[in-house]
Design a protein around this ligand. Structure first.
Ligand code: UD1
Length: 420
């Protein structure tokens, strides 16, 4: 079997400029929202990553047109089907974003994944509870979800946790419902704000996005529109992590520090320098890192998607750091790989104790998920000697040619095809 692998010779400082594209986590729900109107909806600045390619495949499989023109993706037409094909649902958990939009547009949505591929290890109870309150009938099992509704109606919905996906799905489901919906305890991520900005341009009546209470007043129909997603703060943060470890100076063009607060703060210290002017963030590090105590949480707290890339930095800090993961259970698959490089990490419950005082050396590493994989790349760029990182297909889900980004900055990283 052929597989792409990164070969990384660590130890080079990173210098230059990186263009930050639209956030994957904004682009995916914005593309899902495009089925709420037959008119053309254009999402600009889309990254060339496999999650986005898979989402356009989902849309095409439903019978709408989805065309990419450079970084713009335009979707138009009415869905002919309401069932998301199993192979696409398996490949991409984000196809759950189609639930709210298809339910609102077609009154029905089905997602079956027979053959053992679970729709997701992550629960969807907050999504389902919200759909039910809007008047939908929700049936689900291990490998299927079916939601139907004659007519959705506004409701008061209390989210027991500020789930990003549930907030987005419930906004999309309620946008054409009869009456007013209030989501209380909603997630506040900037990617949700991007989705709402698109929906508002399409004619939706929504207020409160970016706060814990979002109000959606149902409208009869929506028009076409074009919108730009927020820049990808996780891609920008991953580049910062690599520069922090390797030392260097990078200009992050298109990044937006106003939505990056908690991503940035653990990087700041005596050995780093950050300024922003004219839409360019400049981050500089001498590669000396102080220990940090970081805890992930819903926005505006430190994002769980930065946990692994930042833990790679903690492996190089001069002393004991801690990383507490409060959003997802069991998001430490990169720890075993970092240990292969010499990292001294102890796990206790949801906290990793990272002793950075030893050195990090190259090793054979395997990415098992998107952000964990990015963390391994960061760690390998700083390590002494050669590393290989397999499982590149996970990294390609969310980073556009990450090896080109880092090699353009002076890192020694190449993609090779290995036969296993
Ligand atoms: C989104 C992001 C993902 C990020 C995550 C948290 C996209 C495509 N993905 O995922 O990159 O890591 O937000 O910032 O935008 N939960 C429930 N019941 C539910 C829904 C969620 O218990 O019905 C729990 C989850 O198990 C998890 C927590 O809530 O522990 C956060 O999940 P959620 O915010 O929903 O993440 P996603 O939307 O799946």
């Amino acid at each position: 079997m052929k597989e792409d692998v990164f070969v990384i010779d660590g130890g080079e400082s990173l210098n230059g400029r990186v263009q930050v594209c639209g956030a994957k986590n904004a682009v995916l729900p914005m593309l899902a929202a495009s089925v709420l109107t037959p008119e053309p909806v254009t999402v600009r600045g889309c990254p060339q990553i496999t999650d986005v390619a898979d989402m356009t495949e989902v849309l095409r499989a439903l019978g709408v047109r989805a065309e990419r023109n450079g970084r713009d993706i335009t979707v138009s037409g009415t869905p002919a089907l309401t069932e998301i094909p199993a192979h696409l649902a398996c490949a991409m958990r984000s196809s759950v974003f189609m639930l709210g939009a298809l339910l609102a547009e077609c009154g029905e949505v089905r997602l079956f994944t027979p053959g053992g591929c679970r729709i997701g290890a992550r629960p969807l109870d907050i999504h389902f509870d919200g759909f039910s309150r809007l008047g939908a009938r929700v049936e689900y099992g291990e490998d299927f979800v079916r939601c139907t509704a004659q007519k959705l109606h506004g409701a008061e919905i209390l989210l027991k946790y500020p789930s990003v996906g549930a907030t987005e799905n419930l906004i999309m489901a309620s946008v054409k419902a009869e009456g007013t919906t209030r989501l209380v305890g909603a997630a506040r991520e900037p990617e949700i704000v991007s989705l709402v900005r698109l929906l508002r341009k399409m004619g939706a009546d929504i207020s409160g996005e970016g706060t814990p209470v979002v109000t959606v007043r149902g409208v009869d129909c929506l028009d076409g529109a074009a919108a730009v997603p927020v820049p990808d703060r996780i891609v920008a943060g991953t580049v910062m992590a690599a520069v922090a470890v390797c030392g260097g100076r990078v200009e992050l063009s298109g990044a937006d520090s106003s939505v990056m607060g908690a991503v940035i703060s653990p990087f700041l210290g005596a050995h780093t320098f950050l300024v922003e002017h004219g839409g360019v963030m400049v981050f500089e590090s001498d590669g000396m890192l102080a220990p940090t105590d970081v805890s992930t949480g819903p926005y505006p707290l430190f994002p769980t998607d930065m946990q692994a890339p930042f833990m790679a930095c903690q492996c190089y800090a001069s002393g004991m750091s801690t990383m507490r993961e409060t959003v997802f259970e069991d998001r430490f698959s990169h720890v075993a790989e970092l240990r292969k490089m010499g990292a001294r990490i102890a796990l206790a419950g949801n906290t990793a104790f990272v002793d950075g005082s030893g050195g990090m050396r190259g090793a054979e590493l395997r990415a098992a998920d998107l952000r964990g994989g990015a963390g391994l790349v960061v760690a390998a760029l700083g390590a002494e000697g050669r590393s290989t990182v397999s499982g590149v297909r996970y990294i390609d889900r969310g980073y556009e040619r990450i090896e080109e980004v880092f090699s353009s900055l002076g890192g020694k990283i190449a993609r090779v095809t290995a036969v296993r």
